[in-house]
Ligand binder design. Sequence first.
Ligand SMILES: CC(C)(COP(=O)(O)OP(=O)(O)OC[C@H]1O[C@@H](n2cnc3c(N)ncnc32)[C@H](O)[C@@H]1OP(=O)(O)O)[C@@H](O)C(=O)NCCC(=O)NCCS
Length: 175
Amino acid sequence: MLGELEIRESAHADTAAIESLYPKAFPDEDLLPLVRDLLQDAAIAVSLVGEIDSQIVGHAIFTKCGVVGSSVKAALLGPLAVAPAWQRQGIGSAIVRAGLQRLKDADVSLICVLGDPRYYSRLGFQPDALIDPPFPLPVEWDSAWQSQYLDNTTEACTGRLTVPAQWQQPTLWAP
Ligand SMILES: CC(C)(COP(=O)(O)OP(=O)(O)OC[C@H]1O[C@@H](n2cnc3c(N)ncnc32)[C@H](O)[C@@H]1OP(=O)(O)O)[C@@H](O)C(=O)NCCC(=O)NCCS
């Protein structure tokens, strides 16, 4: 019988397992340089793994960000990967929900994501026309730029999301 899913912050010892996950989940995209860069900076990233029977089956990163002209505490979700053999079993959703809870506990208000709205809408994200992405997106990605607020104290803010250096590559924001 399979063990339970445990979600925890990643440790240095998880690096190899995390790095082996991405080429499998994203065979057409090389996200490893981004993932490696983000993992090296614990100050800016919340990195969570999903583990079953000591095997890492999923991983997500939330990068701490800001909004130009606002003091709102924000984060960007991505990348998110679940090993192909473990997809569609609720693991990705569980990791995202655990991350949202941790960020809420840390008084982060705004979470942004660039991804498929059919998936992220289930996790509380909605298309966002008020917060601008760090780089202009193609029109067909309009609905892929989404956000959610983790508290009700924040008035809807406007402005451009500011991202740390690891995310400041236009190729990460284009098809
Ligand atoms: C996308 C991904 C993270 C989802 O994780 P998961 O554990 O498989 O997803 P969950 O079990 O939490 O949710 C499954 C539901 O999401 C839907 N879903 C899964 N991947 C989806 C995708 N890429 N687009 C839209 N919906 C998706 C499924 O239809 C499923 O719903 P259903 O079983 O009712 O049809 C995972 O499939 C994955 O790593 N895919 C490859 C990499 C990728 O595309 N990452 C997304 C980054 S934006």
